[in-house]
Design a protein around this ligand. Structure first.
Ligand SMILES: [Mg+2]
Length: 204
């Protein structure tokens, strides 16, 4: 099945639904180590994305992701808006003006998203951030879009789970020092949720 702009937009809409469904969980996770705004910020941002895509769908997969990026950058406060905005913007740039997403373009987009987040947030693996989920996800390989996203989603969740025992070295959670250990990083969890939603959409 071709993965055109419409398919990518459908995947983004299902990711928006996933964020809404997990809003309270993300709030609780961020309350434990941060200021508790992650669930609401992300849900609000994806609400604006949903509204924009329901009005009109851009012509190419890259343009869809660029719309996601610009909306999140404009509407989401805290660290999450600029970081997710950068991830989607770099992914959009990697797709260029291709009319359809391919497995190769997807691999390039995941790697571009990771390098954008690392450049923007200056976090490394082990710092207890979304980088711990996105780094293994960007290593995912496969011959089809569905295979790659399925592997990326599983790797992202395993990476997110690996943040639990870590002491945070970046972001607001780092203010807690040792007390940040024992908690799942909210940004790593939301990264895993988004990739899982994309994988589900690709498998339907
Ligand atoms: Mg926060």
């Amino acid at each position: 099945m071709p993965c055109d702009a419409k398919s990518v937009a459908a995947a983004v809409l299902s990711a928006a639904d996933t964020i809404t469904a997990h809003r309270d969980e993300l709030v609780r996770l961020d309350q434990a180590v941060g200021d508790g705004d992650h669930g609401e910020n992300l849900n609000r941002g994806f609400g604006f994305v949903r509204a924009a895509l329901e009005k009109s769908i851009p012509d190419t997969p890259g343009a869809v992701l660029k719309l996601v990026a610009t909306t999140l950058i404009a509407k989401v406060g805290g660290a999450a808006g600029p970081l997710y905005g950068t991830a989607f913007l770099r992914a959009a740039t990697a797709l260029g003006d291709a009319s359809e997403l391919t497995a190769d373009l997807l691999v390039a987009a995941l790697r571009a998203a990771l390098s954008g987040v690392v450049a923007r947030g200056k976090a490394e693996p082990g710092d207890k951030t979304m980088v711990d989920a996105l780094t293994p996800a960007a290593d995912a390989t496969g011959t089809t879009i569905a295979d790659i996203l399925t592997a990326a989603a599983a790797a992202a969740q395993a990476g997110a789970d690996s943040t639990v025992p870590l002491v945070a070295r970046k972001g607001r959670a780092s203010y807690l020092g040792e007390r940040s250990a024992g908690h799942l990083d909210p940004g790593a969890r939301s990264t895993a949720l988004l990739l899982n939603a994309f994988a589900k959409a690709a498998n339907t």
